[in-house]
Design a protein around this ligand. Structure first.
Ligand code: NAG
Ligand code: NAG
Ligand code: NAG
Ligand code: NAG
Ligand code: NAG
Ligand code: NAG
Ligand code: NAG
Ligand code: NAG
Length: 372
């Protein structure tokens, strides 16, 4: 039995990647949902998406198994059947980690062969028992050369484990994706993502091309949170995406992140209202991050709000009094999805579906990409 399994594993490892080209263009029109977003799963207009990510499952820091917290289990259990009601073709992925996850635990697991096996087995087991079509790893972020190399080993072995499981179960292989930094170089000191392993082993990466400016880390000056281009600053969407492709990742494996939210600053001078003007930290009572929906409510309720789209940077901002909000509006989403198409990227994803306003951003994105 044991010998047969090893032989099967060997044969699969050697031949399967040749016979199952999972790397066909991804064509992702995706969106994340998470329980804290104040938005029920049943309200997701799933016809606007090809892939929906349910976030987040956790890594147990002592066993290195993937778990779903008891309070999230009922919702995660219902996720796939609920979104499939309106769109039976939509694919669902269980996303593991997130910004709040224990990155030390992820790093330890990735560097330890036994812990990796526990991770593979538990993640695949959860995906199958909860009815997800795939798994997404959101490790923010591998921060040393060793951790980047371990990330490569992790995704390479995860791919083998997924292929073996598919043969054993007779089911289509689970989709594997990862949410990554906006650039393949993570600071500091600069360390590079293992693009060859990513290219070989993941179906695609979700590039988190946002949060460049926010009052939390740019309290004294306003700025576009997720500019597509930016003549004044070295940090922007285009530079990150272009560098990923220059580092050898096929464009069709790059999926562009669209933030369906913005950030509110307090202005120092209500007459200085542009990009890069003096600010005085996070705006109260709006308190930092605002969803697109909340920003539109602000504009509707505060008569006299000016709303400006800057086509050079492809970013929107609105202001009223000393409140200044930078965000991605309809024009930004149109410009970014057109960019993704022109660059031959694998698609786009939104963080997060519950932040949209009457599905206007999601609809604009889908229409710009073309088709469903
Ligand atoms: C994070 O993970 C590390 C390594 O597994 C563990 O030692 C630590 O206790 C964890 N921290 C928390 C807050 O769970
Ligand atoms: C996980 O491991 C157990 C015990 O070896 C096995 O029975 C189970 O099929 C594995 N699950 C997956 C998804 O590989
Ligand atoms: C913002 O300004 C304050 C007060 O001048 C200063 O202490 C702080 O270092 C500045 N922060 C940044 C990020 O520049
Ligand atoms: C910034 O806000 C603080 C607290 O509200 C206030 O004391 C300070 O005067 C403000 N600074 C500027 C330059 O507006
Ligand atoms: C803003 O400009 C208007 C018109 O020029 C002026 O009346 C007002 O005093 C200015 N406000 C500030 C805070 O400088
Ligand atoms: C907003 O202000 C304009 C001009 O002062 C006024 O005509 C309009 O009725 C106001 N709208 C609301 C909703 O207060
Ligand atoms: C748009 O933003 C760029 C970069 O800050 C700036 O140079 C340009 O003047 C802005 N355009 C408009 C119309 O405000
Ligand atoms: C929040 C805020 O500053 N609201 C202001 C928006 O502009 C109108 C008209 O100038 C003011 O009345 C509001 O107080």
């Amino acid at each position: 039995m044991a010998h047969q399994s090893s032989l099967l594993l060997l044969l699969i490892t050697i031949f399967l990647p040749l016979h199952l080209p999972f790397s066909a263009a991804a064509n992702v029109r995706g969106g994340y949902w998470f329980p804290g977003g104040g938005f029920p799963i049943s309200a997701i207009e799933s016809t606007l998406f090809t892939h929906l990510f349910c976030a987040f499952a956790d890594l147990d820091p002592s066993t290195y198994g993937v778990t779903i917290s008891p309070e999230n289990q009922p919702q995660f259990w219902n996720f796939t059947p609920t979104v499939a009601k309106r769109n039976p073709l939509v694919k669902t992925l269980l996303s593991i980690g997130g910004a709040g996850a224990n990155s030390s635990a992820l790093a330890y697991m990735a560097g330890n062969p036994t812990a990796r096996q526990v991770f593979f087995n538990s993640s695949m087991g959860l995906a199958r028992s909860y009815g997800f079509d795939g798994l997404d790893l959101d490790w923010e972020f591998p921060r040393s050369g060793k951790e980047m190399a371990d990330f490569g080993t992790l995704v390479d072995e995860w791919r083998v484990a997924v292929n073996v499981e598919a043969v054993r179960s007779g089911k289509p292989p689970l989709i594997l994706s990862a949410a990554v930094y906006y650039s393949p170089f993570y600071s500091s000191p600069l360390v590079a993502y293992p693009t060859q392993s990513i290219s070989n082993s993941l179906d695609w990466i979700n590039v988190m091309a946002y949060d460049f400016y926010a009052p939390g880390w740019s309290p004294n000056i306003t700025g576009p949170p997720a500019a597509l281009h930016n003549p004044d600053q070295p940090i922007n969407v285009d530079i990150g995406i272009t560098t990923w492709i220059q580092q050898g990742l096929p464009a069709e494996k790059v999926v562009l992140g669209l933030p369906f939210y913005g950030y509110a600053w307090s202005l120092v001078d209500s007459n200085q209202t542009g990009l890069y003007v003096p600010a005085n930290g996070t705006n109260q009572p709006w308190g930092g991050a605002m969803t697109y929906n909340q920003i539109n409510q602000f504009i509707a309720q505060q008569n006299g709000t000016n709303n400006v789209f800057n086509a050079t940077v492809v970013s929107q901002y609105c202001y009223n009094g000393t409140t200044w909000i930078g965000y991605d509006g309809l024009g930004s989403i149109f410009g970014k999805v057109l960019y993704a198409k022109t660059k031959g990227l694998g698609g786009y994803f939104a963080w997060h579906v519950g932040a949209d306003d009457d599905w206007s951003l999601s609809t604009t994105a889908l229409q710009t990409w073309g088709g469903a």
